[in-house]
Design a protein around this ligand. Structure first.
Ligand code: 13P
Length: 244
C-alpha cells in the first residue's frame, strides 16, 4: 500500500491567517489516511507549530549545517521549528537561485541528516520536451540529485516546468508516463522502495483535474501551488486523493 499524499506549496504567499484556516479544516483535509503537508514561507513555521495537528514542510533548506551563509536556514533549524518535510530542487529554485543537481544532492543529504523527509522535485522545460529530452532530463535529475540519498525516506514530485502556474496541466497519460519512468528508475535501485515511495504530480492541479490525474497507476497525489492558497479548492484536491 502506498501512502497517498497532497502537499501545499504556498511559495511566497500566505501567512498566519491562512495557517489558521488550514488548521480549522484539517480534519476534513486529512480524512482517509491522506498525508497532507503544508509548506508555508519558513518564517511562519514556528507560529504554525501552535496548531499541533498540522503537518509542516519547508520550501527549501540550506545545503550547509552552519557557518557564514547569510540568509540561509539549515535543515536542523527548520526541523526545530516544526518542519517534517522539505521541498528540494523545485524548478523555481533551479531556474532562479542556481540550484544545480549537485546542490540538490547536498541539500537532500543535509535534510535527511536533520530527519527531514526531502521531496525531490524534477521536471523538464517546454523546450526540453519538444526536443525529445524529457526522459533524459528526468533520469539525470534523479541520478545526480539522489547520489547520496537514503531512498527509504524520500518523496519524489514530477512537476513539468511548462505546467507550473500556467493553467496548462500535463494530460493524465503524459503524467503517468513520467511517473512510471520514475518508479522504474527507483525499482532499479531498490524494488521494495519502488513499491512504497509516494510519487506526486505538480503543475496546475485544480479540483477539476485532480481526480483524473490521481487515478493514474503511478500517481500517489499532488504538489499543489496556486490552488493550495484557497482552502476550499485545496480541500477538493485532498478529497480526490482520498479516493485514489
Ligand atoms: P501550480 O499548482 O500553481 O501550478 O504550482 C505547482 C508547483 O510549483 C507546486 O510546487
Amino acid at each position: 500500500m502506498r501512502q497517498n499524499m497532497v502537499i501545499a506549496n504556498w511559495k511566497l504567499n500566505g501567512g498566519t491567517e491562512l495557517i489558521a484556516e488550514f488548521a480549522n479544516q484539517w480534519d476534513s483535509l486529512t480524512a482517509n489516511n491522506v498525508q497532507v503537508v503544508v509548506c508555508p514561507p519558513a518564517v511562519y513555521l514556528a507560529a504554525a507549530q501552535a496548531h499541533p495537528s498540522l503537518v509542516l514542510g519547508a520550501q527549501s533548506c540550506s545545503a550547509y549545517q552552519e557557518g557564514a551563509y547569510t540568509g540561509e536556514l539549515s535543515a536542523a533549524m527548520l526541523h526545530e521549528v516544526g518542519a517534517r518535510y522539505v521541498l528540494v530542487g523545485h524548478s523555481e529554485r533551479r531556474a532562479m537561485f542556481g540550484e544545480t543537481d549537485e546542490v540538490v544532492a547536498n541539500k537532500i543529504a543535509a535534510a535527511q541528516q536533520a530527519n527531514l523527509v526531502p521531496v525531490l522535485c524534477v521536471g523538464e522545460t517546454a523546450e526540453q520536451r519538444s526536443a525529445g529530452f524529457t526522459a533524459k532530463i528526468i533520469l539525470q535529475q534523479l541520478e545526480q540529485g539522489l547520489l547520496q540519498a537514503d531512498l527509504t525516506r524520500l518523496v519524489i514530485a514530477y512537476e513539468p516546468v511548462w505546467a507550473i502556474g500556467t493553467g496548462e496541466t500535463a494530460s493524465p497519460a503524459q503524467a503517468q508516463e513520467i511517473h512510471a519512468l520514475i518508479r522504474n528508475w527507483v525499482a532499479q535501485q531498490d524494488k521494495g522502495v519502488a513499491a512504497k515511495i509516494p510519487l506526486l504530480y505538480g503543475g496546475s492541479v485544480k479540483p477539476e483535474n485532480a481526480a483524473e490525474l490521481f487515478q493514474q497507476q503511478d500517481i500517489d497525489g499532488g504538489l499543489i501551488g496556486g490552488a493550495s492558497l484557497d482552502v476550499e479548492q485545496f480541500k477538493a484536491i485532498c478529497t480526490a486523493a482520498q479516493e485514489i
